[in-house]
Design a protein around this ligand. Structure first.
Ligand SMILES: CC(C)(COP(=O)(O)OP(=O)(O)OC[C@H]1O[C@@H](n2cnc3c(N)ncnc32)[C@H](O)[C@@H]1OP(=O)(O)O)[C@@H](O)C(=O)NCCC(=O)NCCS
Length: 156
């Protein structure tokens, strides 16, 4: 089942976000950034994204979510067991329909350079790499950055 998140879902989504971010992104980030990102960090972040959060459930358990701010699709995370199942595509379709309902006709996302599986998925569902940008991360030294693919899709 795919539906908008409610306040009752915040803890489950934050827990998933925390678990999957550390699994798939943590090793590419500086130690200081990993240390800063405990479960409360993700709870604060996801609460700040409401009401633009859609969750996917399997037998009552949240196994994935997508979230956005304006036209920027900032979060797309699935638990390992839900990957490769077609679930991501259904979650993306729900997000794109909701964005269109919000009168957003072109959306953008930033995907960590090197995350080949995510890029492949996004391209398969119609997103295209537009350019690469460096974004600041909480580094072990001042001024640390990581490169991200800026991907866009027209939703019309
Ligand atoms: C990114 C994500 C949402 C995609 O969902 P998914 O269910 O894994 O996507 P799919 O299996 O439908 O598609 C992934 C594609 O990458 C391919 N793929 C799988 N592993 C790969 C790898 N290591 N390198 C490159 N491509 C890979 C798959 O074959 C598939 O391509 P295909 O459709 O041509 O066969 C999911 O993997 C995820 O949540 N990952 C962890 C969090 C994350 O990285 N989020 C993105 C943040 S920008």
């Amino acid at each position: 089942m795919i539906r908008l998140a409610g306040v009752q879902d915040l803890r489950s989504v934050a827990s998933l976000y925390h678990r999957v971010w550390h699994e798939t992104h943590g090793s590419h980030m500086p130690h200081a950034e990993r240390e800063a990102r405990d479960e409360d960090f993700f709870l604060g972040r996801i609460a700040g994204l409401m009401p633009n959060v859609i969750v996917g459930e399997d037998e009552g358990t949240i196994v994935g979510f997508v979230a956005w701010t304006g036209p920027l699709l900032g979060q797309f995370f699935l638990d390992a067991d839900a990957r490769g199942s077609g679930f991501a595509q259904r979650l993306m379709e729900a997000a794109e329909l909701t964005l269109r309902d919000q009168d957003i006709w072109e959306a953008e996302l930033h995907c960590l350079v090197g995350n080949a599986r995510a890029r492949r998925f996004y391209e398969r569902v119609g997103w295209r790499v537009h350019r690469i940008i460096a974004e600041p991360v909480k580094g072990d030294a001042d001024g640390e950055e990581r490169d991200f693919w800026v991907m866009r899709k027209r939703l019309a």
